[in-house]
Design a protein around this ligand. Structure first.
Ligand code: ADP
Ligand code: MG
Length: 693
């Protein structure tokens, strides 16, 4: 009777030294070892007739050597002609010994495995693995597909295979402590193999398995593990949410009078979508535990008003509100809007950003701490250690995609007073494709503002090569002469703000020369906040015709008379960012245009992406396309949800499983709570350690 295997070094052949080497493959324990799956397979289980070989499809062939000769092309090589009943193919070796050459004597029978490619003599196999078959002997073929494992220096494929084979035998004999964490009744319900079955299969698929099914990640054994991994992620977010909501928050009565006063000042009424989202928020705020709500609304959908109405509910109940934006320019814009709405109602607004220093900062901190200020707007400076609130009831975060889970958690810590945590409202203008939202934001409730205020005009978007730059400059001239305003956006050249600003300065100079009669302003990230604010104010007041800018204007800027935007080198930006930028126009009644002034020639991907921008103005559609073209990592930005660290699942490929994962997560949470921690530990062990603040 063999002893039970419960740690890595219990596997025969894995000693302390190898165990240490395996860490390079992210294998730290027994579970990691069994989940170290092949990343592809080779089919060495049958012989393919030479006549049936196809380019790029690796295969085993067997035939008789008809000729072998050293040929002198660009490089000297040994060319061997192999023939079976169905055809001939060439094997080519650039490195070969005399002994090898000897093996290819005419008439010898050779079996080899390799990938056929088109070469000088038709299909050729370069450096195939081969063996010389002794006359009359029938060498056995593999009975299983051959796994190819992620390997590392000093541990060969062969060694990994042998070790895995041994450990799988133990698994088969039930000698291994590896629990199936999914409830047994599920396997039937969802038609999934057990963990053991899935692992055995994926390490050693029978020869008749469809390779393409495995390659596409569609085999039930794969699906079982993919589901489990996504489930673990989902559960970790559930847990995060549960942790937050285990705290108490002030239950804020849904008092209407302040909201009414605010609305009475506005020249418009909220859209149906805004009203719906505001009432969803109002419901959350009236609960005695923290709201965790994400509001998604396309550019220009009116999120600021929704935030303001949410703020009313906290302010009316005597609590402070903090609104945080990712950039100073956006925060300033918010301060401008919100103080314009709230100061007349007798609500003091305050400001705190990284650049507020010395006395001004001291004063701001005092006002926030003693409650003289009720609504504080700022950047993440709002959440530094020395900032203390009198009684923070609601935190609003704008443009959430730039903040990570960590920051979200620290907000909660920040506002906690007298045992109460603040409510959290998160707003994002980057629409997140539904599939991603379901997994990346499972810790949040979501609301969508799916309607734009009336009177917006569609934006016509064109892509023009910068060889026609003069024409575009002429267009700017025309628009400005008609009393419209325009933006000229210079995009990032490298990850250097200095270079970006330089580019904007050069462009402004160029445009001033070309269009001397226009009033042209320049705004970039290295200007002082006051300077930027003055410029933006001048543009808004139509004291400037044309604003040359870096992408600092990406978010929040609102000038309805601006109806033309030129974006230089749009191919450098993500679609979401382009969509954000473009959203600065089309805010008034005039017909708006956006010119994507690209540098030719464009790559195929760039062409596709600019085409998406021309085709659509729907942020959600654009985000879906972005997801397809660039993958989820880019869309999620620097968020550390651990979703970028998926081991087996692939959000793009497996997105269709997410609804099922969601249902499973809820079931586990309710009926099998004991499985939650082990699942999270199995799949997110490292990421979790990393994310806990
Ligand atoms: P975003 O969702 O991009 O943050 P904003 O809150 O900046 O959008 O709103 C964009 C513009 O639309 C602002 O000028 C705002 O005053 C205006 N707005 C907001 N809601 C409405 C509405 N219901 N009707 C008309 N205009 C509105
Ligand atoms: Mg906004």
């Amino acid at each position: 009777m063999t002893a039970r295997v419960s740690q890595l070094t219990d596997i025969k052949g894995i000693g302390p030294r190898l165990a240490e080497q395996l860490q390079a493959l992210n294998i730290f324990n027994l579970t990691d070892w069994f989940f170290h799956l092949p990343f592809r397979y080779e089919d060495r289980s049958r012989i393919t007739p030479i006549g049936g070989l196809q380019p790029m499809r690796p295969a085993v062939i067997q035939g008789e050597v008809r000729a072998a000769s050293v040929v002198f092309g660009k490089r000297r090589s040994l060319l061997v002609k192999l023939q079976d009943h169905s055809g001939t193919v060439s094997l080519r070796f650039y490195h070969f010994s005399a002994a090898q050459k000897q093996q290819f004597s005419t008439g010898n029978i050779i079996r080899c495995y390799g990938e056929p490619r088109r070469g000088a003599s038709g299909l050729e196999l370069y450096h195939p693995e081969y063996q010389l078959l002794e006359e009359g002997l029938d060498a056995p073929l593999e009975a299983l597909l051959t796994p190819v494992y992620p390997a590392t220096d000093g541990i060969s494929q062969q060694r990994l295979r042998i070790l895995h084979e041994q450990s799988l035998t133990l698994l088969r004999q039930q000698q291994v402590d590896l629990n199936d964490l999914l409830p047994a009744d599920w396997l039937q319900q969802w038609q999934l193999p057990t963990l053991e079955q899935a692992l055995l299969f994926l390490h050693q698929p029978p020869a008749d398995t469809q390779l393409s099914t495995l390659e596409d990640g569609k085999h039930p054994a794969q699906k079982r593990l993919i589901l489990e991994e996504l489930l673990a992620h989902q559960l970790s977010l559930h847990r995060l949410r549960a942790q937050v909501q285990a705290h108490q928050a002030p239950a804020l009565a849904d008092e209407q009078s302040l909201k009414q006063q605010l609305l009475a000042q506005l020249p418009f009424t909220p859209t149906g979508a805004q009203q719906r989202v505001v009432s969803e928020i109002a419901g959350d705020l009236s609960k005695p535990y923290p709201m965790l709500r994400l509001v998604q609304g396309d550019v220009g959908s009116g999120k600021t008003l929704v935030a303001a109405l949410a703020a009313c509910q906290a302010l009316a109940a005597g609590y402070q509100v903090a609104l945080m934006a990712p950039t100073e320019i956006l925060a300033e814009q918010h301060l401008h809007n919100l103080s314009g709405w709230f100061e007349p109602l007798g609500i003091a607004c305050g400001w705190l950003a990284g650049k507020v220093k010395g006395k001004a900062r001291q004063q701001a901190l005092t006002d926030i701490a003693n409650g003289a200020v009720r609504l504080v707007v700022g950047t993440h400076a709002l959440f530094q250690d020395d900032v203390e609130f009198e009684n923070l009831g609601l935190v609003i975060v704008d443009e959430q995609h730039r903040f990570g889970v960590h920051q979200r958690l620290s907000l909660r810590e920040k506002g906690r007073q007298q045992g109460l945590s603040p409510h959290q409202l998160i707003m994002t203008a980057t629409p997140i494709p539904r599939t991603l939202a379901m997994s990346a934001y499972a810790d949040l409730d979501t609301s969508v503002i799916d309607e734009l205020p009336p009177g917006r005009s569609p934006i016509t978007t064109v892509a023009i090569s910068d060889q026609r730059r003069d024409e575009v400059i002429g267009r700017v001239d025309g628009a400005c002469r008609e009393g419209r305003q325009a933006y000229w956006v210079c995009t990032l050249i490298e990850e250097s703000e200095a270079l970006q600003c330089q580019a904007a300065e050069n462009t402004a100079e160029e445009l001033r020369e070309a269009l001397p009669h226009l009033r042209i302003g320049l705004v970039h990230g290295r200007m002082k906040p006051a300077e930027k604010a003055n410029l933006m104010a001048a543009f808004k007041a139509h004291e400037l015709d044309l604003l040359v800018a870096t992408t600092v204007i990406e978010v929040g800027v609102d000038v309805p008379n601006a109806s033309l935007m030129i974006i230089e080198n749009p191919e450098r930006l993500g679609l979401a960012q382009l969509h954000q930028l473009r959203g600065r126009v089309g805010r008034g009644a005039a017909k708006s245009h956006c010119v994507l002034l690209y540098k030719a020639p464009l790559s195929l991907t760039s062409k596709q992406r600019l085409q998406v921008m021309r085709d659509s103005q729907d942020g959600f559609y654009i985000a879906e396309q972005d997801l397809q073209i660039r993958g989820p990592g880019e869309l999620l930005g620097t968020r550390q949800t651990g979703l970028q660290m998926l081991r087996i699942a692939d959000l793009q490929r497996d997105g269709d499983l997410l609804p099922q994962v969601r249902t499973m997560a809820e079931q586990i949470w309710q009926h099998h709570p004991e499985a939650v921690e082990p699942l999270i530990r199995r799949w997110l062990g490292d990421a979790e350690r990393f994310a806990s603040v």
